[in-house]
Design a protein around this ligand. Structure first.
Ligand code: FRU
Length: 492
């Protein structure tokens, strides 16, 4: 049985399912129509990868949350599916917030999400309660479980807020189901709660897995928890961060913690923390373990603070990052675009040992849907003071990526990338010192720029607002640098 609200959403989005607005990116996920935010339910189901997303089809503003739905075999070509969830039951009447998914042994796909409902208290204040619910389906249609909500106020630890209790991420391990859920603790900062279930339906509180104690922002959103290269990784998206050096910026951020996991004791020992992405537009990532054992992450390529900066002529707002393969190298979490992207590379153009000591262009190196790698090293013993790679240029526009070997800082500046909004357009971050050597890979898909430094040691995501006709690429240096360039068009 499809509810009236879901039917209404499906009918509304129908005419956009096939239509490909030329403004859309070629291989990044966007919503069928209207607003999207967080990726949800990134999971394998019947041999394909499903991705859901926070969705308000009726406008380009955030509103009562639905789940939109796409699937893929290779993370690059996506098929649109009808909206999966609408707010239509007592337990989720004001929204189906973020959550996750997995395939049950009986062949059904289980979605676990936050059901939101509002109530007016005796003091006439409207309060929004958040609880966890379940829906079961076949990859297209989902039925909400009659036992919803499956996690409620009674399942919270002392002091845990009923109003900030959301974003369950579920997984199966050692024959049991586990879930991490974000919660606001009594001290107003964030914590991640751990729950356990033997069947995926009946859930029990285990413990507070990690408490923030105001170290990284306030409330943590969208936790993810998984093993990677012999370690355990906890990812959270905190609100209200204050900057810490160049590692974390103000506002909504994404923190990745690495450490050990003792499943018997259900204890996570954090050893290190780093920023997940050093760009402006990256939030609420979620990962999936692929059929061949890789850990792949996708995130909302947006920042809440800038989500009013919209193109008034587009019928959609919000997009996801390119899916990225994760790993741990020399203690750092690394990320690179999924290897499947390489299957879409065409028209290779390469240069070796090009001397850069002034502003220059290279024949054949341009584009807005491209995969470009530049490797730079000093040309002489004196080396160079900085190296600059500029993309998306047309005389008026351009995004600038600058590397300073002296400070080991990469600075990205999209001030001249078409935005007419008085917002942050620059970010700087440290890379590992390598005696003037640096490798910068840039993946562009019309209005997005994703940068991967030194084989994924740092990633930085940016939206560009410039016209897609701004396609030129130029290079510059103070001093003398030598570079190798490899560029492909991405044809999807
Ligand atoms: C993160 C978030 C989640 C919530 C969802 C609502 O961006 O605030 O915590 O579930 O968005 O759309």
């Amino acid at each position: 049985m499809i509810s009236d609200s879901l039917l209404r959403a499906r009918t509304f989005e129908q005419k956009y399912i096939e239509f490909q607005d030329p403004k859309r990116p070629c291989f990044h996920v966007t919503g069928t129509v209207g607003w999207i935010n967080d990726p949800n339910g990134f999971s394998v189901y019947k041999g394909e990868y499903h991705l859901f997303y926070q969705y308000h089809p009726y406008s380009k503003e955030w509103g009562p949350m639905h789940w939109g739905h796409v699937k893929t075999k290779d993370f690059i070509r996506w098929e649109r599916l009808p909206a999966a969830l609408a707010p239509d039951t007592e337990a989720d009447r004001d929204g189906c917030f973020s959550g996750s998914a997995l395939e049950l042994e009986d062949g059904r796909q289980l979605l676990m999400y936050t059901g939101v409902y509002k109530e007016t208290g005796e003091d006439l204040e409207i309060r929004e309660y958040q609880r966890q619910s379940i829906a079961l389906g076949d990859g297209i249609n989902y039925v909400k479980y009659e036992g919803n909500p499956v996690l409620d106020a009674d399942d919270l630890p002392e002091g845990g807020s009923l109003y900030d209790f959301r974003d369950p991420k579920i997984w199966k391990e050692g024959g049991s189901f586990f879930a991490v859920v974000a919660n606001r603790a009594a001290d107003e900062s964030g914590s991640v709660l751990l729950f356990r279930s033997e069947d995926g339906f009946y859930w029990k509180y285990v413990k507070i897995l990690v408490s923030n104690h105001d170290e990284f922002g306030k409330m943590w959103e969208c936790p993810d928890f998984f093993s990677l290269d012999g370690e355990q990784v906890l990812v959270v998206s905190p609100q209200d961060m204050v900057p810490m050096g160049l590692e974390f910026h103000a506002g909504n951020g994404v923190v990745c913690m690495m450490g050990g996991w003792d499943r018997e004791k259900c204890s996570f020992q954090r050893e290190r923390a780093q920023s997940m992405d050093y760009g402006i537009d990256f939030y609420a990532p979620q990962t999936v373990e692929t059929i061949d054992g890789r850990r792949v992450m996708i995130a909302w390529m947006q920042n809440w603070a800038t989500s009013r900066c919209q193109d008034p002529t587009a019928d959609f707002f919000g997009m996801m990052t390119v899916p990225r393969e994760l790993g741990i190298r020399n203690g750092r979490l690394i990320q690179n675009p999924v290897r499947e992207l390489e299957n879409y590379r065409q028209n290779r153009v390469t240069y070796q040992n090009v001397l850069v000591n002034r502003q220059m262009n290279l024949a054949g190196i341009f584009g807005r849907v491209m995969d470009l790698t530049v490797q730079v090293r000093p040309a002489t013993e004196m080396g160079y003071a900085y190296f600059q790679l500029n993309v998306g240029e047309d005389g008026e526009h351009g995004a600038f990526i600058c590397y300073e070997p002296g400070s080991s800082i990469v600075k990205v500046d999209r001030t001249r990338s078409g935005g007419c909004f008085d917002i942050v357009h620059e970010r700087s971050f440290f890379v590992r010192p390598q005696e003037g050597r640096v490798k910068i890979r840039v993946v562009m898909d019309k209005n997005s720029l994703e940068i991967f430094v030194n084989d994924g040691e740092q990633a930085a995501s940016f939206l560009l607002y410039s016209p897609v006709t701004a396609q030129a690429v130029s290079f510059g240096a103070r001093g003398a640098a030598l570079m190798d360039v490899e560029k492909y068009d991405l044809v999807v």
